[in-house]
Ligand binder design. Sequence first.
Ligand code: MN
Length: 318
Amino acid sequence: MNRNSNIKKDILEKIREYKRIIIHRHVRPDPDAIGSQAGLKEVIQHNYPDKEVYIVGDDPGDLSFLSSMDSIESDTYSNALVIVVDTANTDRISDRNYSEGKDIIKIDHHPNEEPYGSIQWVDASSSSTCELIADLVKSTPELTLNSEAARLLYAGIVGDTNRFLYPATSTKTMELAGFLMEQEFSHTEVNDAMNQVELKIARLKGYVLQNLQVNSVGVGHIVLTKKILKDFDLVDSDTSAVVSLPGGIQGIEAWVIFVQQQNKAYRCRIRSKRTVINEIAKKHEGGGHPLASGANAKDEKEISEILNELTDAVQQKK
Ligand SMILES: [Mn+2]
């Protein structure tokens, strides 16, 4: 707790010190990545109107209702402070120019598997990076919110907690969500926008529910091949919409969504209700949170290995 408050002070000092700040986040952004990135920009610009603040990275796609990216020249990085939010590994930072800044700060809530930056504020007990940014504002008397910052940060918390359903939702999460809701923005509009799915995604959800395989200990899985994705007119990133789906089914303890990549290997999204699964993910070129991790399987044999390891882990937990 104490350590956190010192880190927050250090981060504020850096923000005060620099005239120009460039904020990055991870590739294939989710609402927490865009919300914390654009929300932090709003917070800084609202409180320090003289600063130049930019947000960069790949196109937010469906999340453009939250924010759009700035385009900047690479010489903008000279004498700039770079803040990277919601990104555990440097590999996943969107826009490789991040390393061109004078200094780097990491703000994240994933396990700190790859430390980077001169200041790291990494709190794996936080539901989301947006929760950390909201906490930074609430606990710093000199900072205030505006309604746009609140809308963005709220969206990220809603996104990463799956509407306050995931176990990472704490009393602090709820307090900070309430703090954000004191600002004037339509939280129902944010929720509605985040609940809308394209028809083809809705059809994919139907397919996953129809075809999910579930074994006797409650390990579920589905393999989405390149052909299936093509038939549904979908790309890899669209499949994030079905990752939490099996969690709503009685008796399912852990599950994996396998998505075949262009090189024919499979990206694995592993989820679990109680059994810790990130050690299994680590064995297969992955990692992440105890109950939510990513990994890779090079072929069907490795898919079976992952499912067997999960089955053993779930059995041991029972
Ligand atoms: Mn996040």
